[in-house]
Design a protein. Structure first.
Lengths: 349, 349
DNA sequence: CTCATCCATTAAAACGTGTTAGCAAATATT
DNA sequence: AATATTTGCTAACACGTTTTAATGGATGAG
């Protein structure tokens, strides 16, 4: 049969099964000559360790779970790429779960991860409730929060300061003269949305203005381009356009831009538009999008490194709440130039 | 301790461990009253089945592997979303591997998947060599090819006809009058690139012209926007621009577009441009991109369904090689209108 | 009404495969 | 020669699954 076990290797190499295991897991404890011989037999026989048996006995696996809110969003894809890269470097496999913003789906995914006895979970939670995550911890599954602050000091998290981000975006709009600013945002229960809104309000206050008057929140159920475009249509139908719109992510901004351009609204002539995340396509869109950049790939990479460090060196591991700072990127959609070498005049729109 | 085993549940429910297993796997074999009682205890105790133990004994897991060539490409992300969706519906977890076009990395990923004893693998292989995949099959791991034709009749695959796609793209360019057409393509060893090129050549022949004269292949090492832009710069430096460019995917096209616009080249005025895949952003880019649409999400979904059907019903399963047909989408970059409601005149560029 | 038979349930025990603690044997060190 | 060190073996073990067997009550024949 296809499947060759550690015992087959042991017999063929003339050693005991335990020795094979040692060659695989603590090679330094086995004499070089034996080690070589065993490795040769392993490759001759095409032996592949049975991960489940290993996990069962050792009590932990070589897999981590990744739960993201929207696999269709390049922001999360970039994170996933960073995670996959870092995990793969250390021989860990990544089990991917897409919660699609649904708490129920997230819960189902976490159950699957618990069953798989993943070593740890990287998660961008759909809400603030720490119960599910604490339940995982109690099961011995480490949790590192991605793009969400840890709710307890003995937990790692990697975030980007969204309050700063919101402030950067709206300060920029205010500087450009906008005094009526729409804030297109996803569910208010999403921390990212709330924080960016908070930052927006602070920017307004800092400019000596009243957030209540200046900011106009528009809440929609999901942060996709489709909803962005829908929001544009509704805004146009209402007949009352703000002078600028801050979108809680770039997908919303892309959709909003599309909706506005289709209706003949000039961007940034009639309305300035700024997004969030600075996904790759922000620079390439019809009117290049101003945005707030986050170190996405790094986010995934560092979160994974923290998680695996916590798993592999539980005693020396120091829990960290890493906070990155976002960065404003000005492009056409708020009056910046398209691109250094871009031939189009600045007043394009 | 946190971990509660099937025996704990058995004790508490006053039955034997085997009965618990039956409740979980063949509920119909256990009396309703007992079943209810067991289920209640399971939820009381917060019992979660140990997937590894289950896999070890049962001989197969509830996971499938997914190996894609570029997780940063929305084409593959859409596929992944379809896979995740279909797998999750049936209670399967997805282990994600990103080969990033590297055969070595792909091999490492497949090894990890083999160790995890995944039930099956969905793969967009980096090359045509069937050896690695046959090795997996011999290990009892089913393989379904994604966006690559099966190399044997007893294997499932889901593809889109790339020859047709190439033909559609280039016929369109020829109809628009182009007689010198660049074909910006990734490594020639990639089936997709080769097929799309073949389709391009056939379109030229069908038009009574000579592919050698009309088509000008430009091969680059990877199909990313960065390389697309680089290709644009090299093309401009060479001083000899074709009348139209067919890019083997949309990322290349986005990069190429960027490079051309930056240099002041008008699209489609000076050069027509068409991409492939019709990723979401194609419609939203600076000059909206004509492209060849593929049913991406479906691709992932159907491949997963085929795989799981093969796993769960090995006797009744009929192997299938599903081939979808691509669809031409004309937009601004080849002289189409930006969008039905778009205010910009057609001669924009 | 009694006893044999059968079906539905549940119990008992073996199993799959790699890991690890504890120990024995072999070799090196002083 | 005695002790320390290295190396490798033995055996127990993790935990859900599955096969086989047992139990009990129901059915039916006599």
């Amino acid at each position: 049969m296809g499947t060759v076990s550690i015992r087959d290797v042991a017999t063929r190499a003339g050693v005991s099964p335990g020795t094979i295991s040692n060659v695989l897991n603590r090679p330094e404890r086995v004499a070089p000559a034996t080690r070589e011989r065993v490795l040769r037999v392993i490759s001759e026989l095409g032996f592949v360790r049975h991960g489940s048996a290993s996990t069962l006995r050792a009590g932990h696996s070589r897999t981590v779970g990744l739960s993201v809110m929207d696999i269709g969003n390049p922001f999360f894809t970039d994170i996933a790429a960073g995670v996959e890269e870092a995990a793969s470097e250390r021989g860990y496999a990544v089990i991917l779960g897409n919660s699609a913003g649904s708490r129920a789906k997230e819960e189902r995914n976490l159950l699957v991860l618990a069953e798989q006895r993943v070593r740890g979970v990287l998660i961008t939670p759909t809400d603030d409730d720490p119960a599910r995550l604490d339940a995982l911890r109690d099961r011995g599954i480490r949790v590192v929060l991605l793009d969400h602050p840890a709710h307890r000091p003995d937990q790692c998290s990697v975030t980007v300061n969204d309050i700063t981000g919101g402030r950067l975006a709206v300060s920029h709009l205010l500087e450009r003269g906008a005094r009526r600013i729409g804030y297109l945002t996803g569910p208010g229960t999403l921390r990212q949305c709330a924080d960016r809104g908070e930052g927006a309000a602070r920017a307004v206050t800092a400019a000596g203005l009243d957030p209540e008057t200046v900011l106009e929140p528009i809440e929609i159920p999901a942060m996709t381009a489709k909803y962005g475009q829908q929001a544009a249509e509704r805004l146009l139908a209402s007949g009352s356009l703000p002078e600028a719109i801050f979108c809680a992510n770039d997908l919303l901004a892309v959709g909003m831009l599309r909706g506005l351009l289709q209706a003949g609204v000039r961007v940034p002539g009639d309305i300035s538009l700024i997004g969030y995340d600075d996904i790759d396509f922000a620079a390439a869109s019809a009117v290049s999008l101003s945005s707030v950049r986050q170190p996405t790939h790094q986010l995934g990479r560092i979160a994974t490194e923290l998680l695996l460090d916590e798993c592999d060196n539980p005693d020396t591991h120091a829990h960290q709440q890493v906070v990155f700072q976002p960065e404003l990127v000005v492009r056409e959609s708020t009056g910046g130039r398209r691109d250094p070498a871009d031939p189009r005049p600045e007043e394009t729109g």
